[in-house]
Design a protein around this ligand. Structure first.
Ligand code: MN
Length: 449
């Protein structure tokens, strides 16, 4: 099963149902923020619509492990990388669940949320935009924020990646680019859409590999694009080649307002949907946003670093680093210099990465205090710091040169130097433990002997 509903069923024990109608402007997002990274929430309705709204189903690493039947991080990374490298062709299905209702586009009928105080307006934030190259015929699927600017019009933010290339191709031909906007999807389809396979690979085939071949697609007859058959809603339309509008401000993954830019416009021509569709919402800068963008990058970093050091223990794009700009990596260091090679491999794996800390395997990178302790006790700026100036960085970092997308990258090698005795760096232990329940003090054998 490759539907949003199948995924909801997997998470049914954690699901919180919200019956009190709240406004789509700010109020529902405030509840999403409260449960961010904890529970999926189903809003039965809103003040403005009778449509159920789901949020939070991509909010925990644990959820993805369950969707992919993985026990460990390593298994998760291997599965994601395998799907990116070995996509699986999708089968077609004509009588698709998303084809229950066809209607004229009217965005006022959909519960599209306004999230933050100064956001330009209601934004669709969970949509996979599927397009087709006008000259080469292949499909591309990616996640983009979409600002409502009319009943049948959206402004789309397109960073210079794959859809941008297809759009430029269309502009040169002076033709509009067909796009389908799919909302209400299985989290693994969203993950695949942000997994970054090479240009020319349809991300839906990556999703199909993640879903073990269960993803069926159905055609949007008006525009010749194939979309997930079990989507809740699909908008069909065109990205206009000759119009651009102001897009933004909008809070992106950093939790700061992204700048206003001239961006393309999508004109909708048709809607297909399930009769009782569920709208999928996603809180910008929340944990769903960070995990969907970050998990495929963690998998890539794990893969790249594993090629230069013998064992990578854990990779985390840390929450304080927006789940995007900072990595903390623990390795089993064998040779002097392993830490620095790990830093270089991590930067190569994830071009938006800005700062990376490499630590030994006794440091848990999920505990940022331990990481800081490693920097405090194992790191010397003069020897262990790597600075690379003038690199291509993230467009989202307000401290970077956002025009030219240039940034400085800094690596911290906080692994123990091998030329000093290892015991100098060990956290000291008390050889017994107080058990508050029994009031007893229990001795244990420390590995010091
Ligand atoms: Mn692509």
């Amino acid at each position: 099963m490759s539907s949003l509903r199948a995924a909801l069923n997997v998470l049914k024990d954690e699901l919180i149902e919200f019956h009190k109608p709240l406004s789509e402007k700010y109020e529902i997002p405030s509840v999403m923020k409260e449960y961010d990274g904890k529970n999926p929430i189903l809003f039965k309705n809103s003040k403005e619509h009778n449509t159920p709204i789901i949020a939070g189903i991509c909010g925990k690493r644990e959820f993805f492990k369950r969707f992919l039947s993985c026990q460990s991080d390593e298994e998760l990374y291997v599965k994601i990388n395998a799907a990116v490298n070995n996509p699986l062709k999708t089968d077609k299905q004509d009588d698709a669940p998303v084809k229950e209702v066809f209607e004229k586009p009217d965005l006022t009928k959909f519960p599209i949320l306004t999230h933050y105080e100064r956001d330009a307006g209601p934004y669709i934030t969970s949509a996979v935009v599927i397009s087709r190259s006008l000259t080469k015929g292949f499909q591309n699927a990616s996640i983009h924020r979409l600002l409502v600017i009319g009943k049948d019009r959206l402004a789309i933010r397109v960073v210079p990646r794959h859809l941008y290339a297809l759009y430029n191709e269309a502009k040169k031909l002076r033709k509009p680019l067909p796009v389908a906007i799919a909302i209400g999807l299985h989290p693994l389809i969203l993950l695949a859409a942000s997994s970054g396979p090479r240009f020319g690979v349809d991300e839906l085939t990556v999703a199909n590999a993640l879903l073990n071949g269960a993803l069926k697609v159905t055609s949007c007859e008006n525009i010749g694009v194939y979309v997930p058959a079990e989507a809740e809603v699909v908008f069909e339309g065109y990205m206009l080649h000759d119009v651009e509008v102001d897009e933004g401000p909008f809070v992106d993954i950093t939790g700061t307002y992204d700048v206003i830019r001239k961006q393309p416009v999508i004109e909708l021509i048709n809607v297909m949907r399930r009769k009782d569709f569920i709208y999928q919402a996603l809180l910008p800068a929340g944990s769903e946003h960070q995990l969907l963008m970050g998990l495929p990058k963690e998998a890539r970093i794990w893969d790249h670093v594993s090629k230069v050091v013998s064992k990578v223990v854990k990779v985390r794009l840390t929450p304080g680093g927006c789940g995007w700009l900072h990595a903390a990596i623990s390795i089993a260091k064998q040779s002097e210099g392993d830490g620095k090679n790990a830093i270089l491999a991590a930067f190569a794996a994830h071009p938006s990465l800005k700062h990376v800390v490499v630590v030994d395997e006794d440091i848990d990178v999920d505990n940022i205090e331990e990481v800081e302790w490693a920097i405090a006790t194992r790191f010397q700026g003069e020897e262990d710091l790597v600075i690379v100036k003038g690199c291509r960085g993230s467009s989202l970092d307000p401290s970077a040169d956002q025009e030219r997308l240039l940034t400085s990258k800094v690596g911290f090698d906080a692994t123990k130097p091998l030329n000093k005795p290892a015991e100098k760096f060990k956290r000291a232990l008390i050889p017994c433990k107080y058990d508050a329940k029994s009031g007893d003090v229990v001795y244990y054998v420390s590995d010091e002997g």
